[in-house]
Design a protein around this ligand. Structure first.
Ligand code: UDP
Length: 366
């Protein structure tokens, strides 16, 4: 099978259609991987909520739309919250379609962070693989990831080691990182621009800390992202001098990168164990250094002193001091790091290797 092409079914997140922004980084990850695997010659059929479009550059792939109510995210639930699947929910319908197609495919790749596909893994004929997109935010999910790991850990991959650390695994995790099409990100050398922040406007992203850094330095902070929690967004804005936050809205990748690339630094302040941190790498792809807490994925993505600065978690003073030292970072080093570590092609090859290893493990068992 080593040199043959694979027939793959991708199952998108049930939280919203691709392009809505509700799926967070998963939307870009899925799009990038689909393009990367198609470029390697594989076949991909994407099963996704109605409204999703085939990602740019993926015209060789196919898409099947599924109708139904959006699935609530685990992100904002209590750790001991039960599993909820809404009446006429899109999640079971995605999986009905995926399992039907999966019978004639080599593998089904799940991008959603949900109970149902993980639970199905040992019970169905199709070979299910899961790219786990979050750290451990729920007891049910942590327990189930661990159960799948004990069934066959080769079915699981993670974005970073720090993310994988949240789960009780049987052996060392497969870490595939992430991948970005560098052609879509223009490198900008000018280093005298404003401060920027990108993310869903939601408490786990810690916008208030970035605003505090900007206020301490007497600067404004440009903010891009989906307004997921309006009350929280308004509270953060009201806590700082007027004009500290400049809302820029949720933009397409093309528009986002052209504006983000003008920034002097990206301030990245997650309060949770961020699985990866797409926006950190997207900023670096434009040549923008990142100042971040040494926590979760960003702690593995930033080389402190070379592509930005890592500071102790929740230490706003340290972050403000590090932001003052951003001129010491060579913007070219940021872009180069992305080319070396997070290209679309390298990501697709890592995922290809993961799936082949998982399929071989099954073959050796039977
Ligand atoms: N994003 C975007 N337009 C915007 C702001 C953000 O497309 O105006 C995307 C960004 O490219 C990234 C995602 O939103 O892929 C956020 O992903 P990240 O991994 O940083 O965090 P998540 O939302 O998954 O927790």
């Amino acid at each position: 099978m080593q040199n043959s092409f694979l027939k793959l079914i991708f199952v998108s997140t049930p939280i919203g259609h691709i392009g809505s922004g509700s799926g967070g980084g998963v939307e870009l990850t899925l799009s990038s991987l689909m393009k990367g695997l198609l470029d390697l010659g594989h076949q991909v059929i994407l099963v996704a909520p109605d409204g999703s479009k085939l990602p740019a550059g993926c015209s060789l792939g196919k898409i099947r739309h599924v109708y139904g109510k959006d699935q609530p995210s685990w992100q904002h639930k209590e750790p001991d919250a039960p599993i909820v699947i809404p009446y006429q929910g899109v999640l079971p319908r995605l999986w009905e379609q995926a399992l039907e197609l999966g019978v004639n495919a080599d593998a089904v790749l799940n991008f959603g962070y949900d109970w149902l596909p993980l639970w199905l893994t040992p019970h169905v004929n199709a070979d299910l693989f899961h790219l786990i997109s979050m750290g451990g935010v729920s007891n049910v999910m942590q327990g189930l990831v661990s159960e799948v790991a004990h069934f066959d850990q080769s079915r699981l991959a993670f974005h970073t080691l720090r993310q994988a650390d949240d789960y009780e695994l049987k052996t060392d995790p497969v870490v595939v990182g992430n991948g970005f099409d560098l052609d879509k990100y223009e490198f900008q050398l000018y280093s005298g621009g404003p401060l920027g922040w990108v993310g869903r406007i939601a408490p786990e992203k810690g916008l208030e800390d970035a605003a505090a850094v900007a206020a301490t330095l007497g600067e404004r902070l440009l903010v891009w992202g989906v307004m997921e929690d309006e009350r929280y967004g308004a509270e953060v804005e009201a806590s700082f001098p007027q004009g500290t936050i400049e809302w820029r809205g949720f933009l397409s990748t093309t528009e986002l990168q052209s504006q983000l690339g003008t920034c002097r630094a990206l301030i990245n302040t997650p309060k949770w164990n961020e699985a990866y941190g797409n926006v950190v790498v997207e900023a670096m792809a434009c040549g923008v250094p990142v100042v971040a807490y040494d926590r979760g994925g960003p702690g593995e993505l930033i080389v402190s002193g070379e592509t930005g600065w890592l500071v102790p978690p929740d230490d706003i003073d340290a972050m403000a001091s590090a932001t003052n030292r951003i001129g010491e970072i060579d913007r070219r080093a940021c872009r180069n790091w992305v080319g070396r570590n997070a290209s679309q092609e390298a990501f697709a090859r890592r995922v290809d290797a993961w799936i082949r290893t998982g399929l071989a493990a099954k073959f050796n068992r039977t």
